[in-house]
Design a protein around this ligand. Structure first.
Ligand code: ZN
Length: 177
């Protein structure tokens, strides 16, 4: 009954963004094995959730999926990454970041300016590429999610406490770096 299945698929609820302190955000995501249509469908649903929530990137743990999937679009089109790894980092800069899973909070974080990445794409092919600027930053942010790390984990306990108790939700974490 293909028509009914299609109907069911179209009516599947959109993926819900998990918010801090949900535990799936704190654990290391498992590697993806074979890349089939099932994996491609997860990437598609994640991309939809990213665009619906006006994000520039989304990692699978943010929608409750314990697997190493990442979608990113910093304005140059959708990039799907599976089991991504940073193999080289160059330079560093500091920039304010937000996160769909930590709404209302932004933290200035020091990260590599340019990175070399190894990953699988949505076809299961091994790909290597260089990234810089916002793209490099988004990849590093999303790979942090795959390792259970959030933007607030860059803050020391005192700054985290100050953040919790203040109405100001912007923290400059680069000043003493
Ligand atoms: Zn995030």
């Amino acid at each position: 009954m293909p028509r009914i299945r299609l109907y069911a698929k179209e009516n599947m609820p959109d993926l819900e963004i998990k918010k801090y302190p949900e535990s799936v955000l704190k654990s290391k995501a498992r590697k993806v094995g074979k890349v089939t249509d099932a994996e491609r469908n997860i990437l598609k649903d994640m991309a939809k959730a990213m665009y619906l929530n006006s994000g520039v990137g989304l990692a699978a743990p943010q929608v409750g999926i314990d697997r190493q999937f990442v979608v990113i679009d910093v304005g140059n089109g959708l990039v799907n990454l599976i089991n991504p790894l940073i193999v080289k980092k160059r330079g560093c800069d500091c920039m304010e970041e937000g996160c769909l899973s930590v709404p209302g909070v932004s933290v200035k974080i020091k990260r590599a300016k340019e990175i070399s990445v190894r990953s699988l794409n949505e076809n299961g092919d091994d790909v290597s590429f260089e990234a810089s600027g916002l793209f490099a930053r988004a990849i590093q942010h999303e790979i942090d999610h795959l390792n259970g790390k959030l933007i607030i984990d860059y803050l020391n306990p005192l700054k985290r406490l100050l953040l919790a108790g203040s109405r100001k939700k912007r923290v400059d974490n680069c000043e003493k770096l």
